[in-house]
Design a binder for this molecule. Structure first.
Ligand code: C2E
Ligand code: CA
Ligand code: CA
Ligand code: CA
Length: 279
């Protein structure tokens, strides 16, 4: 009916209005949190199956601003991406992660790599490669101690531009990770064309792996395929011992997830890793 149609229109209208208000509020809050230094980096351990120890950690953003409390990191990141705030935010993340990596590895013979998530807006920037180089130099970091994690979406946006920048970054000696593998489009294509070192298999596949023979076979095939083109595999979201043993059986190279270790703040990460953490 006409009345119902009108009503629906109003609800739709209101929810859009609400979304705009929320977005504007979040944008302001992210800006403020950046200015007030209310962001903090957490680090989640990544276990190397053949070494039998933690050889890298992934940087994950956390926010202490009361205005953003309870809002998932993913949502904060998406808003930052939509508003362009991701560029200054990730610039801070890169610098902070490099400072941490330098501190973490100061007295180590074999360094622990710190990986950082990179958004499409970041890599699209003119000075991105130089920004990475500068962060390495300022913190006297070996390039091998840094890794960048990118999703397929990042790469699709401007394929040629991204590819040449990644080539330059790889040339410097920084490792490249393809994140959330399997959730995007035409993944296999990118694996062959881009200078990728590691493929991170999305946690949804790890989660369903033990549910059926078919899902198990799927994971096994993903690992084999990745090995066929000489890339290493990281499984994300490993939450149980059963998943761990299955992934070891499939010859997965690295494991990450709550079963290995939760993301921790800087101080706890240093303590955890200095204790020779063997999850
Ligand atoms: P991601 O890169 O796929 O990161 C993995 C996410 O899975 C993290 O969520 C992590 O806390 C969570 N996780 C780790 N182990 C497990 C597990 O065993 N089970 C489950 N269910 N989850 C697990 P988080 O920290 O909320 O981050 C969400 C996303 O936000 C990240 O997904 C990444 O895409 C993005 N992100 C985080 N920090 C940054 C950043 O500094 N810059 C950018 N551009 N993006 C970031
Ligand atoms: Ca990631
Ligand atoms: Ca991921
Ligand atoms: Ca993700």
């Amino acid at each position: 009916s006409k009345a119902k149609g009108k009503n629906q229109y109003c609800m739709f209208d209101k929810s859009i209005q609400l979304q705009i208000t929320e977005k504007a509020y979040m944008e302001r809050s992210i800006k403020e949190a950046l200015r007030n230094k209310q962001f903090e980096l957490y680090y989640q351990p990544i276990y190397d199956c053949s070494e039998g120890c933690i050889t890298s950690v992934e940087t994950l953003l956390r926010c202490h601003s009361p205005a953003l409390s309870g809002i998932p990191t993913q949502t904060i990141i998406e808003t930052a991406e939509q508003t362009g705030l991701i560029v200054p935010l990730d610039k801070w993340v890169l610098e902070e992660a490099c400072r941490f990596a330098s501190k973490l590895n100061a007295h180590r013979s074999r360094g622990i790599r710190v990986t950082v998530n990179v958004s499409a807006n970041d890599i699209a920037q003119q000075g991105f490669v130089k920004q990475v180089e500068d962060a390495l130099n300022r913190n006297q970091l070996k390039p091998d101690w840094l890794g960048l994690e990118l999703t397929e979406t990042v790469l699709i946006n401007s394929f040629e531009g991204s590819r040449s920048k990644l080539e330059a970054i790889k040339e410097i000696g920084v490792s490249i990770y393809l994140d959330d593998f399997g959730t995007g489009y035409s993944s296999l294509h990118y694996l062959k064309l881009l200078p990728i070192d590691y493929v991170k298999i999305d946690k949804s596949f790890v989660n369903s792996m033990l549910q059926s023979e078919r899902d198990g076979l799927f994971m096994k095939t993903l690992v084999e395929l990745t090995h066929t083109i000489d890339l290493k595999v990281v499984a994300e979201g490993v939450e149980t011992a059963e998943q761990e043993s299955m992934l070891l059986h499939y010859q997965c190279d690295m494991l990450q997830g709550y079963h290995i270790g939760r993301p921790r703040n800087e101080e706890d990460t240093l303590r955890y890793l200095l204790n020779g953490a063997n999850h």
